[in-house]
Design a protein around this ligand. Structure first.
Ligand SMILES: Nc1nc2c(ncn2[C@@H]2O[C@H](COP(=O)(O)O[C@H]3[C@@H](O)[C@H](n4cnc5c(=O)[nH]c(N)nc54)O[C@@H]3COP(=O)(O)O)[C@@H](O)[C@H]2O)c(=O)[nH]1
Length: 800
């Protein structure tokens, strides 16, 4: 086909086409489309060189290849210069025409790429923009197709999940999914959720993942839609660790606000209440609506600081903070002490946004403070003033007395045998007794006097502006109040107290000295029978020292076996026969010789040593009586028992044990009891005496007539014998009253079917008189003094 066949063929093509002579590079023909593309009439194009329409020199070189016959098809993109000088991107295809006898003819088809290029550029631009959008989003984004294959993710996603570089470059979906699952604390849950999302392409979810590194990721997933159809899924991950912490803190703050035991008020800058917590409402006992909008300051007052509002204002404006004690008056009138902290909240520019007020109820603290003060000045058990209060009051009294010249008295009061109440009935009961006693004593005193409990059963009384007479009257009143029967927990009993009196200024010019001397006087009372009072005398101190030394010596004496028993016979007044004897204690002192019990029994009683000493006496007497019994010369032996020996438990057992140890028949032992034993705790005494009687031991009442001598207890107790005190015997022949007493006692004993023994008989006329009166036995120097056992045996137990 020759050249001339081609133009009609190519003219109708939509594509621009040249026919070019490869040899000359001249365009032989250009179709209409080429004319449009090149913006030049076809005639103008024909005859021009192809290089006239090229832009770059390389393009000119390219045309050199046209001449090579083996090149049948060349295709490349290039720029084409138009007639007006503008350029256009084209795709150029050069084809050698087939069957052309003239092998230099080439068909050059030129396709306008400008539209395609523009579209591509727009797409690329769009893609770049999308990429940038993806990268600039605040979330880590992962895009997957419906099968879970990863289509895209941004850098933040890689960062949030700590994706290693290898995974970033590998582009291995499986590995990336595995990595993601390995990063969460609940991989199983993670996989399950992923499976669910894949099965439900339209599902939208939001959840939170906790990563192994402790961070919290919020995961929001949405389906990716194209023309309304799901084509994949977009995952957005956001690190909410900090936000969560902040939210938690806010929640915590709200919780604190709600549950705080302290009142919390939030105000506006003008201190009007905006919010308050429940504690505020319970503290003020008001409704929230009553408080909102009211000035916070109107809730408080400060009795000791009138200008507190001004001080508060200055502090809040200056330091932005104030702390202090304020009071709130509730609607019911009760005033509450509050510890208040007031804080100003400001913005960055320093403008006040709010103020926050914290108020702590100090009522308990104030009450505790008052209690502490009360405890410091009072005795916790009885509520009486304690020594500290007494010191203050007596100090004041001393200053007053120095000006006025009027004295005062200090009384030291100690309960008698309170220890046995505590020991036998327990401390709780003892406490009740002390409370009762405190109340009784208080009622005996004037308002100006002070009754103080020093501790235990010791009380001290300050008698305001009084002298010896006033002190005596008060002391007697206190003693009388004490002896009234006491009933506690349905138990009835009697108590007494011993009381010492010291006068200011004669007996001391300080409280300590006065107490010490009153105590000494009280001690003296204890040593002489208790239940009385005594005024202090200076020589008492010397006595006290002597008593302490004596107590020490007694204890040593017992260890050194310096004690002995002497025996005084008792004679039958009807036939003159010796009937029994009384064991009397003697102290064979290495320096002082034979010491009689009158010199030491009192101290032994005071110190309690009589319990050990009396036990020794009992054993010696039983041993001796058993020896006489075993020797075929039995003689009943009477032993004196102290009240301290009698009351504690164990006496009955001890007697039983001694009788069995020494094999003594019980009727050969007689126990001499004093009236004080019987009246101290009558019920207990009765029970113990019955037990002793049950053993077969005889019981005798000593010194009858000197104490209560009540017919009531004589009847009640299982006594076999009473002994008329020697003081009546000594004067019966000269004192008609004593004679009458002796007569009455003998008659009483007869009526009660008891034997009666007269002691201290020194004169024949006394014996005579007693016999006439019907007395059973006598004992006294007329017959014999108390003598050592061997002498007694020789004199009274040998057959005559
Ligand atoms: N708890 C104990 N008390 C005891 C014990 N031994 C003695 N005592 C008591 O001591 C007090 C003094 O006793 P004492 O000095 O032994 O005097 C006794 C007799 O010696 C004395 N007495 C006897 N006859 C006469 C007399 O004709 N004239 C006279 N002036 N005194 C005489 O009487 C005392 C015996 O009294 P009593 O006990 O009341 O029968 C004295 O209270 C003893 O009880 C002991 O072991 N434990």
């Amino acid at each position: 086909m020759s050249f001339f066949h081609w133009p009609p063929l190519i003219e109708g093509l939509l594509e621009a086409v040249w026919l070019v002579d490869a040899q000359t590079r001249r365009i032989l023909y250009a179709n209409q489309a080429a004319s449009v593309l090149q913006r030049a009439p076809a005639q103008e194009i024909c005859g021009t060189l192809v290089t006239d329409w090229t832009v770059s020199p390389e393009d000119a070189l390219y045309w050199d290849t046209l001449a090579q016959p083996e090149q049948t098809l060349l295709q490349s993109e290039t720029l084409l210069r138009r007639r007006d000088g503008s350029t256009v991107q084209v795709l150029r295809r050069i084809t050698a025409l087939p069957n052309d006898p003239d092998t230099t003819l080439r068909l050059v088809a030129i396709q306008d790429l400008s539209v395609q290029h523009a579209t591509q550029q727009r797409l690329e631009h769009l893609l770049a923009e999308l990429r940038a959008t993806l990268e600039s989003t605040a979330d880590g984004i992962l895009v997957c197709d419906l099968d879970g294959r990863i289509r895209a993710f941004n850098r933040l996603f890689a960062q949030l999940w700590d994706l290693p570089n290898t995974l970033l470059t590998q582009q291995n979906d499986e590995s990336i999914h595995r990595w993601l699952a390995s990063r969460v604390t609940d991989p199983e849950g993670y996989r399950l959720q992923l499976g669910l999302l894949q099965r439900s392409p339209l599902l939208q979810t939001t959840d939170v993942l906790l990563l192994q590194n402790g961070r919290l990721l919020e995961r929001i997933t949405r389906p990716q839609l194209a023309r309304g159809r799901p084509i994949g899924r977009i995952y957005a991950f956001r690190d909410i660790t900090e936000r969560y912490a902040t939210e938690s803190q806010l929640k915590l703050a709200a919780k604190v606000f709600e549950s705080s035991l302290d009142a919390i008020l939030i105000t506006d800058p003008q201190q009007r209440i905006l919010a308050c917590n429940p504690a505020t409402l319970s503290l003020t006992r008001t409704q929230e609506s009553d408080l909102l909008g009211t000035p916070a300051t109107s809730l408080f007052f400060a009795p000791s600081q009138i200008d507190w509002l001004e001080i508060l204002r200055q502090h809040l404006e200056g330091a932005g903070y104030w702390q202090g004690e304020l009071w709130h008056r509730r609607a019911d009138g009760a005033a509450l002490a509050l510890q208040v902290s007031w804080v100003v909240l400001r913005d960055a520019e320093g403008r006040t946004l709010n103020t926050v007020l914290f108020a702590k109820d100090l009522s308990e603290k104030v009450a505790a403070q008052q209690r502490i003060e009360q405890l410091a000045y009072t005795d916790a058990l009885t509520g009486l003033p304690n020594r500290l209060t007494l010191t203050e009051r007596v100090g004041h009294a001393i200053r007053l007395a120095q000006r006025s010249g009027l004295g005062f008295a200090v009384l030291f009061l100690d309960l008698d045998r309170f220890k046995s109440i505590n020991d036998s009935l327990g401390h709780l009961f003892g406490d009740k007794v002390l409370i009762e006693i405190a109340s009784r004593l208080k009622h005996c005193l004037r308002q100006t006097d002070t009754l103080c409990r020093l501790g235990g059963d010791e009380f001290v009384v300050h008698l305001h502006e009084t002298d010896a007479i006033g002190a005596e009257i008060s002391a007697q009143r206190l003693i009388d109040a004490m002896v009234r029967p006491i009933e506690i927990d349905e138990m009835h009993f009697n108590l007494s107290c011993s009381l010492g009196i010291a006068l200011y200024p004669d007996d001391g010019d300080t409280l300590d000295e006065l107490i010490r001397h009153a105590d000494t006087a009280m001690y003296e009372v204890k040593g002489r029978g208790k239940g009385h009072y005594r005024f202090y005398r200076p020589e008492m101190n010397a006595n006290l020292l002597a008593r302490l030394q004596l107590d020490h010596a007694l204890r040593q004496g017992l260890r050194a076996q310096q004690f002995v028993l002497h025996y005084q016979p008792r004679i039958d007044l009807h036939n003159g026969q010796m009937r029994s004897c009384e064991a009397l204690l003697r102290w064979q002192h290495p320096e002082r010789g034979l010491v009689l019990p009158g010199e030491f029994i009192g101290v032994a009683e005071e110190t309690g040593f009589i319990v050990a000493l009396g036990d020794w006496v009992l054993e010696q007497a039983v041993r001796q009586a058993a020896a006489w019994q075993d020797a075929g010369t039995p003689c009943p032996v009477a032993v004196n028992l102290s009240a301290l020996q009698f009351h504690p438990g164990g006496l009955v057992m001890r007697v039983q044990q001694l009788l069995s140890t020494y094999g003594l028949q019980a009727h050969l032992l007689e126990l001499e009891l004093t009236e004080s034993i019987l009246i101290e705790d009558a019920d207990e005494a009765l029970a113990r005496m019955q037990e002793l009687r049950a053993l077969g031991v005889r019981l005798s009442l000593d010194d009858f007539g000197t104490g209560y001598s009540s017919l009531g207890y004589l009847k009640r107790f299982p006594l076999q014998q009473i002994k008329i005190d020697r003081s009546f015997i000594a004067t019966m022949h000269s004192d008609a009253v004593d004679a009458a007493i002796v007569t009455s006692i003998i008659q009483l004993a007869r009526a009660l079917k008891m034997e009666v023994v007269a002691e201290g008989v020194e004169l024949e006329e006394q014996r005579q008189h007693l016999r006439e009166l019907g007395c059973d036995q006598y004992q006294g120097f007329l017959c014999s003094r108390a003598v050592p056992a061997s002498e007694f045996h020789a004199c009274w137990l040998q057959p005559r």
